[in-house]
Design a protein around this ligand. Structure first.
Ligand SMILES: Cc1cc2nc3c(=O)[nH]c(=O)nc-3n(C[C@H](O)[C@H](O)[C@H](O)COP(=O)(O)O)c2cc1C
Length: 198
């Protein structure tokens, strides 16, 4: 296996972290890798918001307090996410800027709702590629991560908190060093998910 494939196979989600900081240098390498991702029209319509210290506590408090208004299963996931945020030394939020939607609408001169849906999807896909790059880069440096999506349930408040009220919520990533070693849950073998047309 080459080094890249080895790193990809080692990436797994970690939800509890030890009290050890991620260096600014490593954090910048992760962000740079994210920014290297392919993006529709090379628009790079993503924003990375780095959250540490008091702001991290405030974000976790916001999520916990809002969890009470959800049914038990989603409330539990929101509280679990808040705990991961508290324990991680650094949290990176990803929001779409809407720049591609704006740019694409002008460029393609298509009917408004269709073009919005198209470019919104392209923004989401581009940012997903950036998030995955970030996770893989972190793994390559011995840093563990988890991609949290559950905050989509309270996306408007989260975006407000992030200072991106006009953006679109994409992901919150916790990064740090794991409390204990773990691995991914079992994956379905890829060949059952592949259809070949020849
Ligand atoms: C779009 C997306 C959203 C996710 N949201 C959450 C989440 O809200 N909470 C959580 O604990 N894990 C979340 N995960 C992590 C998945 O649970 C995890 O990737 C999956 O169980 C496979 O495990 P692995 O990452 O260790 O391979 C999310 C992953 C993705 C790609």
């Amino acid at each position: 296996m080459n080094q890249t494939l080895d790193i990809i196979s080692k990436r797994h989600s970690t939800r509890t972290f030890i009290d050890r900081p991620v260096t600014e240098d490593d954090l910048n390498k992760m962000l740079e890798a994210a920014n290297q991702a392919p993006s529709a029209h090379n628009q790079q319509s993503w924003k990375f918001i780095v959250i540490k210290g008091q702001k991290k506590t405030e974000l976790a408090d916001l999520i916990t307090s809002r969890s009470h208004s959800f049914p038990r299963a989603s409330a539990a996931l929101l509280r679990m996410a808040a705990r991961s945020i508290v324990s991680a030394p650094v949290v990176i939020a990803v929001a779409n800027s809407g720049e591609l939607i704006e740019h694409g609408s002008k460029l393609f001169q298509l009917e408004d709702t269709r073009v919005k849906d198209f470019f919104r999807t392209m923004e989401i896909q581009s940012s997903s590629a950036a998030v995955e790059n970030l996770l893989i880069a972190a793994t390559s440096m011995g840093i563990s991560t988890v991609w949290l999506g559950i905050m989509f349930l309270i996306k408007d408040e989260v975006l407000e908190f992030l200072g991106e009220p006009k953006g679109e919520f994409m992901a919150i990533i916790c990064a740090g060093y794991p409390e204990k070693e773990s691995s991914s849950p079992k994956k379905r073998p890829f060949n059952v998910l592949v259809k070949r047309l020849e």
